[in-house]
Design a protein. Structure first.
Ligand code: PMP
Length: 352
């Protein structure tokens, strides 16, 4: 840290991304990426000609991309915001909807970036513990008077909450934003994006990083009422108007035009997830009922960190969190069936 850093940031505990090692080829089940490449149409559209146009700035309004996303979801382009990964949108939301007087609230076990944004902007964050089985009690989010952020499905547990519960939270918090982070919704959750027509305080955030195999392109999108989207645009035009590069924009449009490819991959991942969950249970693991592209599991035969290290020695990377409440667990991204068979065999080898 230099002596020039603002003292306000000196104690900031930044987000730690999952490992992206270069020392050897791992079976990478640690950062919830898709094991499949982007759709053939994406590869075709991001052509040499498009690279040749990189001398020009991209469309700051992302007109075509927003039209396509709106049409796919039965909404208007004014209800759609797009940005450089959904992390960017979460960042904008904390900037736009919270301040010294308006705090935020989220669960104790959820996406690790929420508290980082809270700290970055000096926001008072109410951390609400999940129940013993990692489910969320929606009534604890009623009438909070602060921005509420809920990942649905949650990370790293993969557990979901119902639309009825989300409605209850929206209705009891009319004066603050309820942000539903649906990064993993395509793997078996139910999106609440249609509710943006009913609730002005709902912001639904999704990403191309998981189900559409485009983590490397950095593209996220959000749905909300026109005013909420304008608020996010205010932040965008005050920080980085060209927040999506030309190649990502083209790739994002092509991915929407390849919906069948995307559905096929999602179904393969769901199948591999259910196979892996059932094999892990046979091996004595406690596994949450994940509706995401990852599993969250612990064994009483081996500690969470030890299993992570043993798997790493065998060339398989999973994600271990050292947080006390979940330190016996590992989060295992679901890869291809072949990768998951290797993973299950490695676990069995370690345990027996
Ligand atoms: N929300 C959740 C719950 C996540 O797990 C992630 C991925 N780390 C993100 C948002 C951010 O994803 P991206 O920025 O790649 O869209």
């Amino acid at each position: 840290m230099s002596r020039y850093l603002s003292p306000r940031l000196a104690a900031l505990d930044a987000y730690t991304p999952g490992e992206q090692p270069r020392d050897m080829q791992y079976i990478k089940l640690n950062t919830n990426e898709s094991p499949f490449p982007p759709s053939p149409l994406v590869l075709e559209k991001v052509s040499e000609a498009e690279v040749g146009r990189l001398n020009l700035y991209p469309d700051p309004e992302a007109t075509v991309l927003r039209q396509k996303l709106a049409a796919l979801h039965g909404l208007k382009p004014e209800n759609v915001f797009v940005s450089n990964g959904s992390d960017d949108i979460l960042n904008f939301a904390f900037m736009a909807f919270c301040d010294e007087n308006r705090g935020a609230a989220f669960a104790d076990i959820t996406y690790g970036f929420y508290p980082v944004y809270g700290d970055l902007y000096g926001i008072d964050c109410k951390v609400i513990p999940l129940k013993g089985d990692f489910t969320l009690d929606p009534t604890e989010y009623h009438g909070l008077g602060r921005m509420i952020v809920i990942a649905n499905p949650n990370a790293p547990t993969g557990l979901t909450i119902s639309e009825a519960d989300i409605r209850g939270i929206l209705e009891s918090n009319p004066d603050n934003v309820v942000l539903i982070d649906e990064a993993y919704v395509d793997f078996g959750g139910k999106s609440v994006y249609p509710l943006v027509k009913e609730y002005d305080n709902l912001l639904v955030v999704q990403t191309y990083s998981k189900s559409r195999s485009m983590a490397g392109a950095r593209l996220g999108f959000a749905f909300g009422c026109t005013e909420l989207i304008r608020d996010l645009e205010l932040i965008k035009y005050s920080t980085n108007p060209y927040n999506i590069n030309r190649l990502t924009m083209i790739a994002g449009e092509a991915a929407i035009d390849s919906n069948d490819y995307f559905m096929d991959n999602v179904n393969k991942i769901i199948e591999a997830r259910e196979y892996t969950a059932s094999e892990l249970r046979k091996l004595g693991f406690t596994v949450t009922d994940s509706k995401a592209n990852f599993l969250f599991a612990k064994s009483d035969r081996i500690g969470g960190e030890e299993l992570y290290l043993e798997l790493k020695k065998r060339g398989i990377l999973v994600r271990h969190f050292s947080k006390e409440r979940i330190k016996e667990y590992n989060r295992i991204t679901v890869g291809t069936m072949e990768q998951m068979e290797k993973f299950v065999a490695a676990v069995a080898d370690i345990l027996y």
